[in-house]
Design a protein around this ligand. Structure first.
Ligand SMILES: [Zn+2]
Length: 302
């Protein structure tokens, strides 16, 4: 007899009367616990604690501030839905025209890393990291090395869904955004293959196949920016006005970028700012394209 049933029997002598009374008692106990909103506590007593793994979302960006300006509403929404959210930012953003009070690249990098931390806190990001690749030069950076670093993160974090920019470079057409999309697409494919970066597997990691890869996109272009050919909108995420405000607040944590605040808010403010749009670029399991309103639609918890 385990200590839980022993405890029950000493508290409730009726239980000594046999199995049928036991079942009757447990049934009523479940009803009482449910009514009291203590279903989880009850399940824990019985050792039935859910073993379901948490769903995970990984967002790969190019610069501190992308996580807020580009993906902020989505990161918040999925946190609110119980998803573990991760951000990996490939550069520290030292090529920025707006540099706050920084007197050197090192100072700017430190400031922008701190700003990203403050933004991720507001967006309730579970875990974030800034890599150290050269801002403004990702198209001239060793592809195999960057993809290897992202493959490593995918094998460590093991996300179900991955977000990044498309090869158009997002609304701004920034070359670093475009390259973040290219690197992440390769890492998405290669993280699941044992013949890619096998040295990572010798250190105890195992291949990981994320289930869906999305590119950020929009159903409009910005007239005063570089010409882009955006990926088709397949997925519209309603983040709502409240999360849009929070996203704007997160963007404003990037104080070195203060001259951009109003412009970015105006650019993001279409559709009331409450919709973020994506292109479903890759799926682990073959499927037909169809319009979606949830990044985790069809995702298997494993
Ligand atoms: Zn950027």
């Amino acid at each position: 007899m385990n200590s839980f049933s022993a405890g029950l029997k000493s508290s409730f002598p009726l239980l000594k009367q046999g199995a049928s009374t036991n079942i009757w008692f447990l049934f009523n106990f479940v009803v009482i616990c449910r009514k009291a909103g203590e279903k989880i506590v009850f399940r824990r007593y019985l050792g039935l604690r859910s073993q379901k793994p948490m769903l995970k979302l990984l967002c790969v960006t190019a610069h501190p501030d992308d996580e807020a300006g580009a993906f902020g509403g989505t990161l918040l929404l999925y946190h609110d839905r119980g998803v573990e959210t991760h951000v990996v930012c490939i550069t520290a953003g030292t090529a920025a025209r707006n540099r706050g009070t920084a007197r050197s690249n090192e100072e700017l990098a430190a400031m922008r890393r701190a700003e990203l931390a403050a933004s991720c806190k507001l967006l309730k990001v579970s875990q974030y990291e800034v890599l150290d690749y050269p801002d403004g030069k990702l198209n001239r950076t060793d592809l195999y090395q960057v993809v290897g670093d992202l493959t490593l993160r995918m094998r460590q974090i093991r996300p179900h869904v991955v977000l990044t920019f498309g090869p158009d470079g997002g609304l701004t057409g920034h070359v670093d955004h475009a390259m973040a999309g290219v690197f992440t697409t390769l890492a998405f494919e290669w993280a699941g293959r044992p013949d890619r970066y096998p040295e990572q597997l010798e250190q105890g990691l195992t291949p990981h196949r994320a289930q869906k890869l999305y590119y950020l996109t929009a159903d409009f272009v910005l007239p005063d920016r570089r010409i882009i050919a955006p990926p088709t909108v397949t997925t519209r995420i309603e983040v709502g006005a409240e999360r849009f405000e929070k996203k704007d607040e997160a963007f404003r944590q990037h104080l070195t970028q203060a001259p951009l605040f109003e412009k970015v808010k105006k650019n993001l403010g279409r559709h009331g700012g409450g919709v973020e749009m994506y292109h479903l670029a890759v799926t682990r399991d073959p499927r037909e394209a169809k319009p979606e309103t949830d990044l985790f639609e069809g995702v298997v918890e494993e």
